[in-house]
Every structure is written in C-alpha cells, then in structure tokens.
Design a binder for this molecule. Sequence first.
Ligand SMILES: N[C@@H](CCC(=O)N[C@@H](CS)C(=O)NCC(=O)O)C(=O)O
Length: 232
Amino acid sequence: MDGEDELKLLGTWASPWAARVKIALHLKGLSYEFVEQDLDNKSDLLLTSNPVHKKVPVLIHNGKPICESVVILEYIDEAYGSTGPSLLPTDPYERAIARFWVDYIDQKLVIPWKVAFTADGEEEKTEGIKQILAVVQTLEGALKECSKGKPFFGGDSVGYVDIALGGLLAFLQGTEELCGTKPFDIANTPLLLAWVERFIVLDAAKVALPDVTKLVEFAKTKRVEMALSIKK
Ligand SMILES: N[C@@H](CCC(=O)N[C@@H](CS)C(=O)NCC(=O)O)C(=O)O
C-alpha cells in the first residue's frame, strides 16, 4: 500500500474485538485514527459503516468499511502483505489450523464466559465456569500443537491465534473477579499461563489492552446488557 493510505478504526476502549484490531495494526506498524464510539448512541458513521450488525470494530480503509474482527485481521494481513510480519501462517494447512482455533475461541469461549458472568443462579454459573475451564484446557493443547515448543501460537512471533486470544486477555484476567474462577493456573494450563506473561509485556498489547481494574468496574455496569446479548 502506498500514497494516500488512510485507516480509521471505529471501536470502544473496552471492546476486546477492537483490541484485536489495534494489536494487528500495531504489529504491522500501521498508523491509524482511533474513533471512540458511544454504543448507547451509535454514530451515523458506525450505522452506515456496519448496517448489518451495527457493532464495533469497523476498520475504514480509504473510505471502505470492513466489519467483524476476524475478517478485519485477515484483511489487514492481505492488504498489507508486504508490510511488517505476516499474521497468518503461509502454509495452507497451518493457516487452516489457525483459522480453526480462532473460530473455536469465538464459538466456545465467549458464550460460557458471558454465562458465568451474568448467571442469576449458582447452577448456571457453575455450568458456565465448567465450560470455560474445559475450553481453556483444550486451548492449552492447541498452544502446544501450534507453537511447537516456541513462545507463541504463531511460533517465534505473535500470529493470528495469539491476536484473537490476546484481544480478550483483559477480560480473561478479570475472570476471577467477574466470574469467580481463574481461567489459567499452573497445574492445568502452565503453557497458557506463561503465554499470558509473554503477551502482556508486548508493546502491541500495552497499546491495545485496557487496564484490567478499569475494565472490571466497567463490565459490572454492563451485566444486564451482556445477559441480554446472549439471548439475541
Ligand atoms: N463478532 C464481532 C463482535 C463485535 C461486538 O460484539 N462488539 C460489541 C462491542 S464489544 C458491540 O459493538 N456491541 C454493540 C451492540 O451489540 O449493539 C467481532 O468479532 O467483531
């Protein structure tokens, strides 16, 4: 990409999906304008850019909107193939495996997390927690398989799966306070625990991830809204 290249990211400071995009843009070394959105009073720009879901993040590249965090991550990697590191593996099989795990994270981790956080009864909460812990255990195996003994899912450097999980990290770190359980521990997920320590000190993570204490307080005010979003 050259010449008059303009990137605008519509997001909110607390959005884990927007954090994914910030991480990817930072890793690629791309400059962009971040436009904070008020989701209680959605802007015309957001509504016209993402008329289907009306959600953040939206990346607007030279006036053209791209929606959904994983679609945006792949777009950034493809549109800026020659800029910065590759986010997805080049080998088609490894690429498919990375896509599989990102889909797994979105399909299997997020809903139980919301259930555990918003549950009214103990039984529902316990079920949510049980599912979070089972999913995290599976991701421990995925990290072992994808990293092949190297520091990240992407190997020596942060890749697509690292970004997808890493964007959620501030919420995951707040899990103990919000859901009553620690997702990672030394006995069951030693690899993921070490991965978290490595990930949070990256410049891209420091730039993109919100402060955990501030996020936890904010999430508590959004409990009812989040409960409704599961039923949608
Ligand atoms: N699957 C979407 C999820 C995006 C999402 O849920 N965004 C939330 C903010 S964290 C949102 O915009 N919510 C507004 C609404 O639901 O009206 C992605 O990966 O981008």
